[in-house]
Design a binder for this molecule. Structure first.
Ligand code: 6PG
Length: 253
């Protein structure tokens, strides 16, 4: 039986505390089951929000973490727009500075720097990187992440899957690309929906009043027209972590 849960916390700091417990639990579960924890990060506010406390949690064995990007902007690693830079600065450096367990360099799967000017090739290369981790002798149709961490835009996008854009329909690829993203920067690579929906756990993190209207449409009115609403894991758990400004328009449950 799979869980589908909405956690509504009073403040975004409490969302960060909840994320800490959640990451400890999910990484322990995965490591006990298969010796590693494969996790994909989105960009935006998410890396800072979810790792604020978790980066300092001594009960997490970070040496077993394999870190991926649910979506990434086609920019240099040093760019302020880079999700990789965000995750390194906000999370990986803090974990490694604490020194209890280190995230091995080879466990961090970043976009290939030499391909950022060609998003199609960057997507193919990233898919290839995933193959090296997820395809065993029993070949898999889609990679199965232990956890995919998602944010949501006020237009209902998640990853770089934007409403009305063809990437939302993609089923043949693990990773696809976009060159006309309505959210800058315009060139990006992203996980596809079938990969998201094959994960063991998918967790959305949404904070702030700017998300209240779209959350009402998706969680109360069950509107299926948004990419975020098409996230329905087939054999995994789905979680929403919200603060009270984000959940302010939801019905009491
Ligand atoms: C990115 C994203 C994107 C993000 C949402 C929500 O642009 O890199 O991964 O999908 O998660 O736009 O962003 P916020 O959490 O900053 O509102």
């Amino acid at each position: 039986t799979y869980e589908s849960k909405i956690y509504s916390l009073p403040t975004s700091d409490q969302v960060s505390q909840a994320a800490n417990h959640f990451l400890e639990l999910k990484s322990k579960e995965a490591i006990a089951k298969h010796g590693r924890f494969t996790v994909a990060f989105s960009g935006g506010s998410l890396p800072t929000l979810v790792t604020k406390y978790a980066a300092h949690n001594p009960n997490i064995d970070f040496s077993k973490w394999f870190i991926f990007f649910a979506d990434e902007r086609c920019v240099a690693h040093s760019s302020p727009d880079s999700n990789y830079k965000l995750v390194v600065d906000e999370f990986i450096q803090k974990v490694n500075a604490n020194g209890k367990t280190i995230i091995p360099e080879q466990n961090i799967f970043a976009i290939n720097q030499s391909l950022v000017h060609n998003s199609e090739e960057a997507a193919e290369d990233y898919e290839h990187q995933l193959t090296s981790v997820f395809v065993s002798k029993d070949s898999v149709r889609y990679p199965i992440f232990d956890l995919i961490l998602l944010g949501m835009g006020p237009d209902g996008h998640t990853c770089s899957l934007f409403p009305g854009y063809p990437q939302v329909q993609e089923t043949g690829r693990w990773i696809t690309h976009i060159d006309n993203s309505p959210k800058p920067p315009s060139s990006r690579i992203t996980l596809t929906l079938p990969v998201i929906n094959d994960a063991h756990n998918v967790a959305f993190f949404s904070t702030g009043a700017g998300k209240a209207a779209i959350l009402k449409e998706i969680l109360d009115e069950r509107s299926e027209k948004y990419p975020s609403a098409k996230v329905i894991p087939h054999r995994g758990n789905l979680y929403w972590f919200l603060d009270s400004p984000a959940s302010s328009q939801l019905q009491e449950s």
